[in-house]
Write a protein that binds this ligand. Sequence first.
Ligand SMILES: [Zn+2]
Length: 154
Amino acid sequence: MRFLCDEMLVRLARLLRAAGYDTYLASGGEPDTGLLKLVREEGRILLTRDKQLAAAAPESVLIEGRGVEEEAESLSRGVVLDWNFAPFTRCVMDNAHLREATLDEIDRMPASAQAGQGPFRACPACGRLYWPGSHVRRMGERLEGLGAPLRPQA
Ligand SMILES: [Zn+2]
């Protein structure tokens, strides 16, 4: 499953990327025709707050609610998501696949991060470094919170 988020859904796009989903985020001012073309060509599910735009796409989910949790709930009503799909394998900023960090990069991480067990990752596109620090932990907790109601009952 791949997604395309409209420009209003920045935080939802980051959350999907944190879960490992390939998510294109529209930048402001990108024309709807261009977005719809991308959706068709790349087989992406369009996520949008715009009813007209949603209706024009072959596959779309109309996103409602305030804040990223409600947006994610809204999305969960449209598609079955696994928030533990492939956590922290993509850069939340630009969607690139993360690679293992080099020793030099690990050296540049805070001492508290280096003392941990990793995984230590880096974005090949923007150079951002990822480790199981506060940001990743907070995102992880959020993903787990969202994942709980989606898990099959034992
Ligand atoms: Zn990046």
